[in-house]
Design a protein around this ligand. Structure first.
Ligand code: PMP
Length: 281
């Protein structure tokens, strides 16, 4: 297994980051995840654009151009012989003596990339559908930044794991913000797809954007608005999206079946449309 660290491709076992790395000490960094299907990156330009934006929002200069990132990703995928899975990218504010304020200008960021094999298309959970629970959203107020500070999501996902379900939907003021690592959607009885509008309250999901475009092209109605937990319980269908899950049907929320308790027809259709799009990217 080969990973990328600070300008070099190195064996996984040899890749080490100093203890003074600000990612380790402060979670002072940004990450991004792109899917790989049939050896090709899916919707990758949008992921790299979001990486650039996240870095800019916290004042880290993007170390590479979009073209350079893309070349490195393609090289890493090839070196690892990856056909299906993920490419993980992380940039931290670098290594410096511990002090909350930014280190001296010119401190090089730490750049890490690695691949993970994962069945995304042939994920058995997509056939049966996933169960989710709801948890309180404990996060900070800039969730539009893809920060490596993920403690609230770690705790949310662990609550899901402890409850033997796949995902936790986070709730604030009675409405669902998003999943711990995904965007949350419901489908209403009158066939409308509902998901929260973009704001600082959620991550602007790249899969979300593609799915909304595909839904619109497919003639499905879309409502970008918050939805309550009660509305989700009563929804005809529910699903979540992410680079690693694509479109994942939700068949139970807090132990209550959604609709008939099986993946719904609109959700299945959106998953098919997304897979077709991914094949072409
Ligand atoms: N929301 C959160 C909190 C996430 O961590 C993720 C996955 N990174 C998403 C949404 C989905 O985003 P994307 O479709 O870009 O993977």
């Amino acid at each position: 297994r080969t990973v990328y660290l600070d300008g070099r491709f190195v064996p996984f076992e040899e890749a080490r980051v100093p203890i003074m790395d600000r990612g380790f000490l402060f979670a002072d960094g940004i990450y991004e995840v792109s899917a790989v299907l049939d050896g090709r990156l899916v919707d990758n330009a949008a992921h790299l654009a979001r990486l650039d934006r996240s870095l800019s929002e916290i004042g880290i200069a993007n170390p590479y151009t979009i073209e350079a990132w893309t070349r490195l990703q393609i090289d890493l995928v090839a070196r690892n012989g990856l056909t299906e899975g993920l490419v993980y990218m992380q940039v931290t504010r670098g290594v410096a003596e511990r002090d909350f304020a930014f280190p001296a200008a010119g401190t090089p960021p730490t750049v890490v990339m690695f691949t993970q094999g994962k069945a995304i298309r042939a994920n058995p959970l997509a056939e049966t559908g996933a169960k989710v629970i709801t948890v309180e959203d404990l996060r900070w107020k800039r969730r539009d930044i893809k920060s490596v500070a993920l403690l609230a999501q770690v705790l949310a996902k662990q609550s899901a794991a402890a409850a033997n379900v796949a995902e936790a939907w986070m709730v604030e003021d009675g409405v669902v913000t998003e999943g711990s690592s995904s965007t949350a959607f419901i489908v209403t009885g009158d066939d409308r797809i509902v998901t929260r509008p973009l704001s600082t309250a959620i991550l602007p999901g790249i899969t979300r954007k593609a799915v909304l475009r595909l839904a619109a092209e497919g003639g499905l109605g879309i409502e970008e608005r918050p939805f309550s937990v009660e509305e989700a319980y009563a929804a005809a269908e529910a699903f979540y999206t992410s680079a690693s899950a694509f479109v994942m049907p939700v068949v139970a929320i807090d132990g209550r079946p959604v609709g008939e308790g099986r993946p719904g027809p609109r959700t299945r259709r959106l998953r098919e449309l997304y897979l077709a799009m991914a094949r072409e990217s």
